[in-house]
Ligand binder design. Structure first.
Ligand SMILES: C[S@@+](CC[C@H](N)C(=O)[O-])C[C@H]1O[C@@H](n2cnc3c(N)ncnc32)[C@H](O)[C@@H]1O
Length: 258
């Protein structure tokens, strides 16, 4: 990963760490429940949570695992996650800083690796998936969730622009076919894939990344100017004065190392 991209990620998330701890969309949801159910079914003992953010996935898995490592590129985010998990009484979690594309762990060190709502920030998703494969023991599982890329090129380009204006560290989200290719190329076998919907409340979503009123106004104007099918693809809800919400799809994948 380039230093410039790492700095972009750290600038975005370093200033928003507390907001990611309190974010309702991260603290709970059907996606987190499903990752947890998958982890429980695997009898996960040693868990790595890649790009832990506010630590919500690490916290959920800490309830069923012997040991969890919460891993993230952004130091202030790790500090916020540490405070969050200590306050919640999770004593079996270690916090390690670093890049998903260069995991500082031994081969086969984990039974389960989780990665939730994060891979769209990675400069090289293929490299991260290869690293995850390496640190999983044979028979171990990757439990992944991320924003799903849109199959329609115009709708995909529209939402990419919306995402990047709100958060310049957003690289891109991938379609199901692309995810499956990344996992298979790394040597992982896909056992299950599920798509769910998530509603983004506009004020919370733009506020969490500290958008200025001016930047937010420009983004709203961009959304209004876009072709109607693009807005419809993400169910944008508008009033004459503002944007209320939109809805995007999320992919959940359970894959195993042979
Ligand atoms: C939306 S938050 C993750 C949410 C979290 N997984 C959860 O379940 O609540 C995205 C996180 O990805 C981290 N991140 C982005 N790129 C990364 C990379 N290349 N390696 C490790 N962490 C990264 C950011 O620092 C940020 O904390």
């Amino acid at each position: 990963m380039s230093d410039a991209h790492a700095r972009r990620v750290q600038a975005q998330f370093g200033g928003s760490a507390a907001a990611y701890v309190t974010s309702p969309l991260h603290a709970a949801g059907e996606d987190l429940e499903r990752l947890l159910a998958w982890g429980a079914a695997r009898r996960a003992e040693r868990v790595l949570d890649v790009a832990t953010g506010g630590g919500h996935t690490a916290l959920a898995l800490a309830g069923i695992a012997r040991r969890v490592v919460a891993y993230d590129l952004t130091e202030p985010m790790l500090q916020a996650a540490r405070g969050h998990l200590q306050a919640r009484g999770a004593a079996n979690v270690a916090f390690v800083a670093g890049d998903a594309g260069a995991l500082p762990f031994e081969d086969g060190a984990f039974d389960v690796v989780t990665c939730r709502t994060a891979a769209h920030h990675f400069a090289d998703v293929g490299a991260a998936v290869r690293q995850i494969h390496r640190v999983l023991r044979p028979g171990g599982a990757l439990l992944l969730q991320d924003i799903l890329g849109h199959d329609d090129a115009e709708a995909g380009a529209f939402i990419l622009e919306v995402e990047r204006r709100r958060d310049p560290s957003h690289v891109r989200s991938y379609r199901t076919v692309e995810w499956k290719a990344f996992l298979r190329a790394a040597g992982l076998t896909i056992m299950e894939d599920v798509v769910i919907w998530k509603i983004r409340e506009w004020e919370e979503w733009t506020g969490r990344m500290r958008m200025t009123a001016e930047a937010r106004g420009e983004l709203e104007a961009f959304v209004r100017r876009a072709p109607e099918p693009c807005r419809a693809a993400f169910d944008f809800r508008l009033t004459p004065d503002t944007v209320l919400s939109f809805t995007d799809r999320q992919i959940l994948l359970r894959a195993e190392r042979d």
